[in-house]
Design a binder for this molecule. Structure first.
Ligand SMILES: [Zn+2]
Ligand SMILES: [Zn+2]
Length: 239
């Protein structure tokens, strides 16, 4: 009776499992390989050392996030999980995937450096939220809160926009579009104090960094912010 709430098969292999992802499948998911660009979190592919800045960083506008990290690489398996999380009302998947964000958190010295992070999910447009019934970034943040114990705060607002999905746009067009799409909620704008100096943006996918960079630029307007990190489940990379 409760099988839709507590699925008894693994989302990926379809085998019987008490969890949404069986331990074998979860272990087998492709992680983002190291070394990384320490700013944007893109793998440096073959270079032996971590970099402070990379080619991918160069397209990011100034005044965005301090650093970004992602748990998984984009491949067919991982995309199917994101698709399920986004479009098939599979928000129970967020709980199965949040341990991967926690794993990445533990591997990131910049994140371990503070214990007062506040998780800020990237907002979705109200119409989309209504149709989908949930915001996948918020689901991930809430699931991560259960593991790490940080607070979730939602000061951002996604403006209703006329333009179509970002998917087909060039990196530059995405940056320009994204900058127009996010703002502070009116209640926050009236009293623009941050609840913590350390804010961690949470989203499902990092593609060009346009979305999280735009959100970070808005969060910078808050009083008392000293560091803005980004943690996403998936990383789209070339190579
Ligand atoms: Zn499985
Ligand atoms: Zn970079």
């Amino acid at each position: 009776m409760l099988s839709w709430l507590y699925p008894d098969t693994c989302e990926l292999c379809g085998e019987r499992s008490d969890t949404t992802l069986c331990p074998t499948c979860r272990e087998g998911l492709a992680r983002v390989p190291r070394p990384l660009c320490l700013h944007c979190g893109t793998p440096t592919w073959g270079k032996a050392h971590e970099a402070q800045c990379c080619e991918a960083c160069e397209s990011l506008p100034a005044g965005g996030f301090d650093f970004a990290r992602s748990a998984l690489l984009r491949d067919e398996n991982n995309m199917s999980l994101i698709y399920a999380l986004k479009y098939r009302r599979a928000n129970h998947l967020a709980r199965a995937l949040a341990p991967l964000l926690a794993e990445q958190w533990k591997q990131t010295p910049e994140l371990r450096a503070h214990d007062d992070w506040v998780l800020v999910p990237v907002p979705v447009e109200r119409g989309r939220l209504f149709r989908r019934g949930y915001n996948q970034a918020e689901e991930l943040a809430l699931a991560l809160r259960r593991i790490l114990g940080f607070r979730v705060w939602q000061p951002l607002h996604r403006l209703p926009t006329a333009y179509a999905s970002q998917t087909r746009l060039s990196a530059r067009a995405r940056m320009i579009n994204a900058r127009k799409a996010y703002t502070l909620k009116r209640s926050v704008e009236r009293r623009p104090d941050s609840v913590s100096p350390h804010l961690l943006l949470i989203d499902d996918v990092y593609t060009t960094g346009a979305t999280v960079s735009a959100c970070a630029a808005v969060l910078r307007r808050l009083n008392g912010v000293s560091c803005i990190g980004v943690l996403t489940l998936l990383r789209a990379v070339r190579g």
